[in-house]
Design a protein around this ligand. Structure first.
Ligand code: ADP
Length: 501
């Protein structure tokens, strides 16, 4: 199949979280199954700087201008597995800061147009309207609100356009904008009510994807269930129940090329389940790098996260006094809400022997924390999938996680059971986190053999993308068949269904 994957992040070219990882790994895994992949992403200033410094060969062409959008070019690079298509529109993307916000963390005030253009170009490519591109996808796979308008724009085209898949990576980010932007975004009036894109007097680009895509997926089976309920639906549960027949939960995988302790060049010593003794070298290197002393029988807890309430950072802060009293150590890498950054830094200043905090985004330190910590904390309030708990298991660093979303689907509670790989909180609260920490500490300090067995079970788990990519491919075929059948074109149905998975 020819698949166009539209996204606002793709590691290493742009990444603020899991979306960046998934947008590199899933297309690569699909390509490994024999499909043709193009990944469409904006050419942010930092992305262009990376392209300049790595000197990768690329092609450039002018995009035919559509509607009243600003002028733009396309830059194409052949990467490992897929063609990366960078949408180069200097007026919208060539600026300081990250993909969504300025260097002070304030959202850009023209984000509706920035990601409206991305969606428009995705739809035009999917409909075969971009003349210099001799490549027409059968599937348009969109991701999160930044590409939510693409299935909506595509639905305005004829039935021969690609089928559209919309993946929710995080329902909390809904791409909400004023209704006054509808004309500039080319949205018909009849789309703007509550059964369409209308949401709390505004319009939501996420809802556009939910409403108009042929099918909707999210990144774990449990999250697919949770978001249909009011308590976790962020106001979209009604729309999600309406789309339930076309809603699927497929667990994300791990990019084992980048996250594998046996080959990872960003850690101090490489190891696998049979050479776990070398993990201690990583703990020593991590302690040294963040300036903490080595203390015998002290459990080193790691956190790599956006510092937000979603990730339960307040719960970590609430349990800190007990954690310190037990002699544990804590290393935190992250950035996010100012109050959490401030309180964590204050804790580090007050307890320099036990707490180290690094504010910022640091890929190599993230790898070293996964390899060097004894256990990993992830007490999220909700978690669509989560990647770090999977990395932790693979790195022999048992995760301590909340009972929600993808965390339930990927961590098996130890609880004295033979198959356990981590510790699942009995409730999402500071008390629940404390009880899970006590269980973890008890096993870590009292039974080295049981702890090692727990580590090994996690390391032997397989979170490869291969299986998930196959499931996506099957889903694409299912919807291509349905489209072909709806058109009464049985020949097309047979062709699109053959050799796809
Ligand atoms: P999110 O909700 O942020 O997408 P995930 O667990 O799905 O959470 O993915 C987060 C990804 O971003 C992981 O690869 C994690 O290692 C990475 N990450 C998060 N914060 C940082 C940071 N400060 N420095 C380096 N990597 C980070």
């Amino acid at each position: 199949m020819r698949i166009l994957f539209a996204t606002s992040e793709c590691a290493p070219w742009a990444k603020t979280g899991g979306l960046g990882d998934v947008s590199a790994a899933l297309p690569r895994a699909l390509a490994a199954l024999g499909h043709e992949l193009r990944v469409l992403m904006p050419a942010y200033r930092r992305t262009l700087q990376m392209l300049g410094s790595c000197g990768a060969a690329h092609r450039r062409y002018v995009l035919p201008r559509g509607g009243c959008w600003p002028a733009a070019n396309m830059i194409e690079i052949e990467t490992d597995g897929f063609t990366l298509c960078l949408l180069d529109c200097p007026a919208l993307y060539d600026r300081d800061g990250g993909p969504y916000a300025d260097p002070q963390g304030r959202d850009f005030d023209d984000n509706a147009l920035r990601f409206g253009l991305l969606s428009d170009v995705a739809a035009r490519l999917a409909a075969g309207e971009v003349v210099p591109v001799d490549w027409r996808p059968q599937v348009l796979h969109c991701n999160d609100w930044q590409t939510g308008l693409a299935p909506a724009y595509l639905s305005l085209r004829d039935q021969c356009a690609a089928v559209s898949v919309f993946t929710i990576h995080n329902l909390a980010f809904q791409g909400m904008f004023g209704r006054d932007l509808a004309p500039a975004l080319g949205l018909p009036d009849e789309w703007l009510d509550v059964d369409g894109l209308g949401h709390w007097e505004r319009i939501s680009m996420l809802k556009a994807g939910l409403r108009h895509a042929d099918c909707v997926t999210t990144v774990s089976p449990t999250y697919a269930e949770e978001i249909q309920r009011e308590i976790a639906g962020f106001g979209m549960d009604g729309m999600l129940r309406y789309r339930a027949p076309d809603l699927y939960g497929l667990l994300n995988g791990v990019d084992v090329q980048r996250w594998n302790p046996a080959t990872d060049q960003q850690i101090a010593a490489r190891y696998d389940a049979d050479s776990l003794q070398f993990k201690a070298d990583n703990k020593a290197a991590l302690l040294q790098r963040v300036g903490l002393p080595a203390v015998p029988r002290s459990m080193l807890l790691g956190v790599v996260s956006r510092l937000t309430a979603q990730k339960g950072i307040d719960l970590v802060l609430d349990t800190l006094p007990a954690l310190l009293a037990h002699g544990d150590q804590l290393v935190v890498l992250g950035c996010g809400e100012a109050r959490f950054e401030r309180e964590l830094q204050q804790a580090a200043a007050a307890h320099p022997q036990q707490v180290a905090v690094r504010i910022g985004f640091d890929e190599s330190l993230a790898h070293l924390i996964e390899a060097g910590a004894d256990a990993f904390l992830m007490p999220s309030r909700f978690e669509p999938c989560g990647l770090n708990q999977m990395y932790s298991q693979i790195y022999g660093t048992p995760p301590i996680v909340s009972p929600c979303g993808g965390l339930i689907d990927s961590v098996i509670d130890e609880d004295g059971r033979e198959e356990g790989t981590g510790f699942v909180l009995d409730e999402i609260s500071a008390a629940g986190l404390l009880r899970a920490l006590e269980r973890a500490r008890g096993l870590y300090l009292d039974s080295a053999a049981d702890w090692r067995a727990l580590q090994r079970r996690g390391m032997r788990r397989r979170f490869d993308w291969d299986e998930t990519a196959r499931r996506y491919a099957i889903l694409y075929v299912q919807y291509l068949r349905r489209r072909a059948a709806a058109q009464g074109d049985r020949v097309a149905a047979a062709v699109s269904a053959s050799n796809c998975c």
